[in-house]
Design a protein around this ligand. Structure first.
Ligand code: FAD
Length: 343
């Protein structure tokens, strides 16, 4: 029996930020990198700014710490963990930003017919992709069915009143998992931080969610590379110019385990309660916010190539899908995505 995990504490991104370091720079560039949310963040700023690198780094770390304190299921005392561990079905106060994330999740959840479902937590944990233990064997059908009973967006109620935002579950055992949206949210938070500091030329990312604005240190648009869908090489599959938009990729090939020759991805299909088992291996979405792109990429991954492409076309999404074939990979994209491709 083999049991292999490719995911260590830090995930490598499926998106590469192309640095301008090999070419002469016409303007200064600041690079700030660090760890957050079990992955890396990166901030590249070009041109003069009215704040020191140290001050900016301090603000970034404080902001991402706050995001972890709010929505991390890897922190026992985060707002989300307290909600998950509570058996109460009474409304519980949540921060406004967290309410906005859940609102987006509800919208994409509905649009994908439940393929993207943030109440997936009991299944994610059962399959060993949550904060606790890794599985040494595949769960039984009985365990899967029991976990599935605790899943469903219809059991989660989000509302606001004069006192603030509230989240309520009608099943005590529910477990909300915002991991699929956290990187997107973190990236949007970095964008808002840049705007607050009057910074206009930057490329920011948390894990596989990236946002680019303005120009790089050579005065050219930032370029982002989508990597080929394999855990072994860093070859470039496609290059995009984001033009002020955000991009996020979900894949089944970087975070998985293998048991007895079978590949189990961290992306779970709520309808089967099992990791996805189809030929779509990577879904990339470009949207006006990284949060939206990050939610859609997982939803499309669950749906498989044909349904994902159809839905992306219906919704006018900029989507790029890579599927496994018998002798390699094939790609399809919507016309909206094509507009961002660097030829
Ligand atoms: P995405 O495709 O964006 O999301 C996949 C993840 O979403 C799965 O791992 C699962 O959790 C969930 N999911 C699976 N199926 C579905 C579905 N159908 N619908 C909705 N969601 C689904 N990891 C660590 O190892 N250590 C940490 O300390 C840590 N801290 C974190 C703190 C925060 C605030 C967040 C948001 C995540 C943290 N993580 C941590 C988790 C890690 O970074 C995740 O693996 C990552 O967020 C998932 O992103 P992705 O781009 O790999 O995959």
């Amino acid at each position: 029996m083999t049991n292999t995990f490719t995911k260590g504490l830090l995930l490598s991104s499926v998106i590469t930020l192309l640095s301008a370091c090999n070419k002469p720079q016409s303007r200064p560039q600041i690079d700030i990198n660090g760890k957050t949310m079990g992955t890396f963040y990166s901030v590249k700023v070009s041109g003069d700014i009215a704040i020191s690198k140290e001050q900016l780094q301090h603000q970034i770390d404080a902001l991402l710490e706050q995001a972890n304190d709010d929505i991390s299921t890897y922190r026992a005392n985060s707002v989300l963990s307290r909600f998950n561990h509570s058996r109460s079905t009474n409304p519980q106060a949540i921060p406004r930003d967290m309410a906005n994330i859940i609102l987006m999740a509800q919208r994409i959840g509905q649009d994908t017919g439940g393929a993207m479902d943030i109440t997936i937590g009991p299944l994610v944990n059962l399959w060993g992709f949550g904060p606790d233990k890794r599985p040494v064997k595949v769960p039984t059908q009985q365990q899967i069915a029991a976990a599935q009973k605790k899943v469903g967006l219809q059991h989660l109620n989000l509302f606001s009143d004069s006192l603030g935002e509230w989240l309520q579950k009608d099943l005590p055992g529910m477990y909300v998992d915002l991991s699929t949206l956290g990187e997107g949210y973190g990236t949007d938070e970095l964008v808002r931080l840049m705007t607050r500091n009057g910074i206009t030329n930057y490329l920011v990312s948390v894990g596989g969610a990236v946002s680019a604005h303005g120009v790089n240190s050579q005065g050219k648009p930032w370029r982002v590379a989508i990597q080929k869908p394999t855990d072994r090489e860093n070859a470039v599959q496609a290059l995009v110019d984001l033009q002020g938009y955000s991009i996020s990729t979900a894949g089944s090939y970087r975070n998985y385990f293998e048991l007895d020759g079978q590949h189990y991805s961290h992306i779970i299909d709520p309808s089967t309660g099992k990791p996805i088992q189809h030929r779509l291996v990577s879904a990339t979405v470009i949207a006006s916010t990284a949060l939206e792109a990050d939610g859609w990429d997982t939803g499309l991954m669950v749906l498989d190539t044909e349904k994902a492409l159809q839905l992306a076309q219906e919704k006018g999404l900029a989507a790029y899908l890579i599927s496994k074939t018998n002798d390699g990979f094939s790609t399809v994209m919507t016309p909206q995505f094509k507009a961002f491709l660097v030829q």
